[in-house]
Design a protein around this ligand. Structure first.
Ligand SMILES: Cc1cc2nc3c(=O)[nH]c(=O)nc-3n(C[C@H](O)[C@H](O)[C@H](O)COP(=O)(O)OP(=O)(O)OC[C@H]3O[C@@H](n4cnc5c(N)ncnc54)[C@H](O)[C@@H]3O)c2cc1C
Length: 447
């Protein structure tokens, strides 16, 4: 008898798991249920559809249901899983009001995360947030309709990208954030102030330190002030979609996301999870974290798919997810902003004694015509001298250098070694001493 894998949620984590399971087990029946109109799409590209850099939402679709059908992976669109019965090994699906039960042998729970709508913000439950391609289409229509003023609530990277999209289309934008600067979870305060400058240079009216406690269609209210526009959009972070899992009796972890081990197994046999709805382990702090990034979701899905495949085959091998550093990147206009590992404050919270090295230089040799400022920060542990974190705010080409710092943290490199790694140099690309070298040297001498 053919066994069946059911995937709940058909994006990065779910379809990576489905694809990987298919690679390993040609005759496993695989069906993915997706409540939206698309599977396997890049939510990451949505702000650029709004802003007009990417022409159509369809351009963000990596694989269509037909592509999956060609690999014998079934996709059911507009089909919401509304119940999981682990004892009877069946799900209940709602497709436009038609309800049906579908049995399974193995389950991948990959429902993702939705825009956070805190109860302390009245009206947040109805506010516009950006998550699905349908949301991106709706917001694109709002921009096309010629709104003259938008209010964006929240200074995380999605809020910033949405604000930039409005500005890019020539609309007036007010961005209101409760933090003392934007990207408080990404940058130390002084580096965050540089990001604030970049936001203001785009003509965005940035208001920091104001907690919005009420939102309606046209007004965000907070700190005794009303911020009004033709549209109000929230970007307050994300909340893992765990309700269905919780009701099914699947363990939810300390972060509020689905608890999984490094094999992406939940506490219930035959049920895997991964991506925005699930926890993962931070390699530096050793803590469980819920990091809603496509990088994590794709890898976690692949690990789950490998383990599902091997379980079906009865093979003993297991793939293990190695954890995350929280490496992330975004841009505000021409300014690239990236971080990895721990912030300075986080390193103190997790019991390290941080040695910090910061340098300001340029993204090319200083005399090169396109030279623009770059700020690099490295954080190391005073005792072990290991690199703990890094941040970059700077001109074109600077942001992806965060990967070098991520690699140093990943391999537990010391700050002293990082100061001497053989990096490439020519005037259009960097200075002869790379800014990472100099930041490392400064952190080393303060350690
Ligand atoms: C605007 C925006 C920009 C982003 N930019 C970046 C970026 O630059 N870099 C980066 O690394 N990450 C970025 N991300 C995050 C990235 O998109 C997510 O981390 C990734 O999509 C998570 O994949 P996932 O499969 O875990 O969850 P999701 O992509 O949320 O997919 C889950 C799917 O499950 C479906 N679903 C949920 N419940 C059910 C149910 N009960 N029945 C059926 N279907 C269900 C949902 O409709 C959804 O399609 C961005 C996200 C957004 C919204």
């Amino acid at each position: 008898v053919t066994e069946r894998l059911v995937v709940v949620g058909g994006d990065a984590a779910g379809m990576s798991a489905a694809s990987q399971a298919r690679r390993l087990v040609p005759d496993l029946e695989i069906i993915a249920f997706e409540r939206g109109d698309y599977v396997s799409y890049s939510a990451c590209g949505e702000p650029y559809v709004m802003g007009g850099e990417v022409a159509e939402v369809e351009d963000l679709v990596a694989r269509t249901p037909a592509d999956f059908a060609a690999r014998d992976i079934g996709v059911r669109l507009r089909s919401e899983v509304i119940e999981i019965d682990l004892d009877r090994r069946a799900i209940l699906v709602d497709s436009a009001g038609d309800r049906s039960k579908v049995g399974f042998d193995y389950l991948m729970y990959s429902t993702g995360a939705s825009p956070l709508r805190p109860p302390s913000v009245a009206g947040a439950e109805k506010a516009i947030g950006l998550r699905s391609l349908n949301d991106a289409e709706d917001l694109r229509r709002v921009v096309d309709r010629g709104v003259s003023k938008a209010v964006v609530v929240g200074g995380g990277y999605i809020g910033l990208e949405v604000a930039e999209a409005f500005a890019h289309r020539g609309r007036n934008v007010t961005l209101v954030t409760s933090g003392e600067h934007v990207l408080t979870r990404t940058l130390d305060p002084d580096m965050g102030a540089l990001a604030d400058d970049a936001v203001r240079r785009l003509g965005i009216d940035l208001v920091t330190g104001v907690y919005i406690d009420a939102i309606s269609e046209h007004v965000a209210h907070g700190g005794g002030r009303d911020f009004s526009g033709d549209v109000v959009v929230i970007g307050l972070g994300t909340s893992p979609e765990t309700e269905l899992a919780h009701r099914a009796g699947i363990e939810i972890g300390v972060t509020g996301a689905v608890a999984v081990n490094s094999f992406q197994e939940t506490d219930r046999p035959g049920v895997w999870s991964g991506g925005d709805c699930a926890e993962t382990t931070h390699r530096v702090s050793g803590r469980q974290v819920n990091i809603a990034l496509g990088t994590v979701a794709n890898k976690a899905g692949r690990v789950a798919g490998t383990n599902i495949g091997n379980t079906v085959l009865g093979a003993p091998e297991r793939a293990a997810f190695p954890g995350v550093l929280g490496t992330a990147i975004t841009k505000v206009g021409e300014i690239e902003i990236a971080r990895t590992g721990l912030l300075t404050t986080e390193s103190v919270i997790y019991g390290y004694e941080p040695a910090v090295g910061t340098v300001t230089g340029t993204n090319t040799a200083g005399y090169w015509p396109t030279a623009s400022p770059v700020h690099v920060r490295l954080i190391a542990d005073h005792i072990s001298r290991r690199v703990l974190g890094g941040q970059i705010v700077g001109g074109p080409g600077s942001g992806k250098k965060i990967d070098v710092i991520a690699t140093a943290i990943w391999t537990q490199m010391s700050i002293d070694e990082l100061a001497w790694v053989d990096f490439a140099y020519a005037p259009p690309f960097s200075s002869v001493w790379d800014l990472i070298h100099i930041a490392a040297r400064r952190a080393a001498s303060s350690a």
